[in-house]
Design a protein around this ligand. Structure first.
Ligand SMILES: CC(C)(COP(=O)(O)OP(=O)(O)OC[C@H]1O[C@@H](n2cnc3c(N)ncnc32)[C@H](O)[C@@H]1OP(=O)(O)O)[C@@H](O)C(=O)NCCC(=O)NCCS
Length: 224
């Protein structure tokens, strides 16, 4: 579907920012999706909240779905599963006009690249990834599906960010480090050693703080 109309999962801060990005890109947004019943029917920033996935079947042939309208990686994963189960089309990536993507780099479906981000060479960004404002991704960085990279993060060369990791605002990651799947790096941290899966690391330098629980009943052990 070329330049299909768009529906955005999540009507909070991230979803609203994506709606604003769509306006910059000249893309039509039909509405938001949200699981919270109390949000259904509301108008947010002039955009209606259409309901949950079952409420938008009539848009099947005219709209694509952006599944990255929330920062929480596990919630994005849940939205992707619901969208696929409903047989709806997932949207292509949305890239702010200020962002240059070199030909050697790749951006996956429904990923969002916000204003001011710098993408170096041979950067691999998976599906359903948020790269928020003013992020730097150096050469040969790899970011897997569902990750969220918060504003002002600097990721050095050859860093690997595994599936579902969340990097907090203003953090910096040293070269060649690996951030484990579904882990979180607290805001303002400097990560100089590998981070294991499913933990919170934070501080300067970042150290182990705790093991992460699975929000939204979305353990990655569940089948997609
Ligand atoms: C990590 C964060 C999400 C808190 O998560 P949480 O599960 O509520 O963690 P807690 O508050 O229980 O903190 C656990 C421990 O980590 C420490 N910690 C949490 N965040 C920290 C940070 N950014 N830097 C240093 N230490 C931090 C806490 O002090 C606590 O330490 P203690 O056990 O020694 O007392 C939050 O502190 C943070 O960094 N948020 C940034 C989010 C962000 O970037 N959002 C961008 C939106 S666009």
């Amino acid at each position: 579907m070329k330049d299909a109309k768009l529906i955005i999962w999540g009507c909070g801060g991230m979803g609203r920012e994506i709606a604003a990005l769509c306006e910059i890109l000249g893309r039509d947004v039909i509405g938001f999706l949200d699981e919270r019943i109390e949000m259904h029917g509301q108008i947010i920033d002039d955009v209606p909240v259409l309901g949950d996935i079952a409420d938008i079947a009539k848009y099947r042939h005219e709209a694509e779905i952006i599944c990255s309208g929330v920062g929480e990686p596990a919630l994005k994963r849940k939205f992707v599963r619901k969208t696929r189960e409903a047989g709806l089309q997932i949207a292509s990536p949305l890239i702010h006009p200020s962002v240059h993507v070199p030909p050697s780099s790749r951006i996956g479906v429904s990923s969002i690249l916000c204003a001011g981000t710098i993408i170096s060479i041979n950067v691999n960004i998976g599906n359903f990834v948020i790269v928020n404002t003013n992020v730097t991704l150096a050469h040969d960085v790899s970011i897997s599906d569902y990750c969220t990279i918060s504003p002002g993060v600097n990721i050095s060369g050859n860093v690997t960010v595994e599936e579902g990791a969340f990097i907090g605002t203003g953090s910096a990651i040293r070269e060649k480090v690996s951030i484990g799947a579904w882990s979180m790096v607290g805001g303002g941290s400097f990560v100089k050693n590998d981070v294991p899966p499913q933990v919170l690391y934070a501080g300067v330098p970042a150290v182990y703080k705790k093991t992460r629980a699975w929000p939204h009943n979305e353990s990655p052990c569940d089948k997609q």
